[in-house]
Design a protein around this ligand. Structure first.
Ligand SMILES: Cc1cc2nc3c(=O)[nH]c(=O)nc-3n(C[C@H](O)[C@H](O)[C@H](O)COP(=O)(O)O)c2cc1C
Length: 276
């Protein structure tokens, strides 16, 4: 392998194309931001870097509050839309069907359809050049209770989070091991075994039919030690229904048959921020 040296650039990926909500429940705004991440564990702290010309910049400078909402793959059209249209020109909630709901600790609203919403209070604003960095303390983490099992474990990997890398949106791949698995002998042996997987190509329709049958048959018949977790999780991400407006419905509801009364409406549970 030969490495080629490029001029400096923003080549650190993948990142979440987060939906940053701000303002109030009565007058909410949302923008997409990839320049976001964690900067401290105790207290839990985060940042979002925003160009001064954005409406979100004006709002957050004034209110000193924002929410980082993590979107899922079936929200990709809304995510892109919120990253190319300004709240100065359109009501992005109305256009996309995203739903603003109250947060637990701040006045800025969060987004119902996102399985994870991180409530933030700004503690400092650093002018960096093109962007201003809003450093913030995380004051609450709100998660969709559909992904919490009977033991209280939150199955983040089941939510179908969206990733952004080098100008493109991606879904996440396979789970390759948990934190620290490389120094746990048993776990390492298990993970190395799991590396030898056969890849089966299935028609999308066949997968949907299989999953539907599986959902109808719960409790699951197999005896794996994870069966109880599966029982506690009532749906898989691809079955989520979003309350999209007609313009976007075909993207949010891939099977095109989402009767209004069945739209996906998660309840959010609030957690105190935890150290990593
Ligand atoms: C994937 C993606 C990532 C983006 N990341 C950022 C970012 O980190 N910071 C920023 O200022 N703008 C970012 N943008 C652009 C803003 O989302 C966009 O300018 C938006 O229209 C601003 O909305 P507002 O004026 O309603 O605040 C991104 C856009 C996309 C599509």
């Amino acid at each position: 392998m030969t490495k080629i040296s490029w001029k400096p650039g923003t080549m650190v990926y993948p990142l979440p194309p987060a939906l940053i909500s701000s303002g109030s429940l009565e007058k909410p705004n949302v923008m997409t931001a990839a320049w976001t991440g964690i900067i401290n564990s105790e207290p839990p702290m985060t940042y979002v870097s925003i160009r001064p010309m954005r409406l979100s910049h004006d709002i957050i400078s004034q209110t000193k509050e924002f929410v980082i909402n993590l979107p899922t793959v079936n929200m990709v059209t809304a995510v892109d839309f919120c990253g190319v249209k300004s709240g100065r020109d359109v009501n992005k909630f109305e256009e996309t069907g995203l739903t603003p709901i109250a947060s637990s600790n701040i006045s800025a609203p969060q987004i119902l359809q996102c399985p994870v919403s991180v409530e933030c209070k700004v503690v400092d604003i650093k002018k960096l050049g093109s962007h201003d960095m809003f450093m913030a303390e995380i004051v609450s983490v709100d998660v969709d209770d559909n992904f919490i099992d009977a033991d209280g474990k939150f199955w983040l990997e089941k939510t179908g989070l969206l990733a952004f890398a080098h100008g493109h949106y991606f879904s996440l791949g396979r789970n390759l091991g948990s934190f620290g698995f490389s120094v746990n002998k048993k776990r390492l042996a298990l993970m190395q075994k799991m590396e030898k997987v056969d890849v089966m190509v299935k028609e999308r329709k066949a997968i949907i039919l299989e999953k539907r049958a599986e959902a109808e048959e719960r409790p699951l018949p197999h005896k794996s030690k994870f069966a109880k977790h599966k029982k506690a999780i009532p749906f898989e991400p691809h079955t989520q229904k979003f309350d999209g407006k007609a313009k976007f419905k075909k993207h949010f509801s891939p099977n095109g048959q989402a009767p209004a009364e069945n739209f996906y409406k998660p309840k959010k549970h609030s957690f105190k921020p935890k150290k990593a």
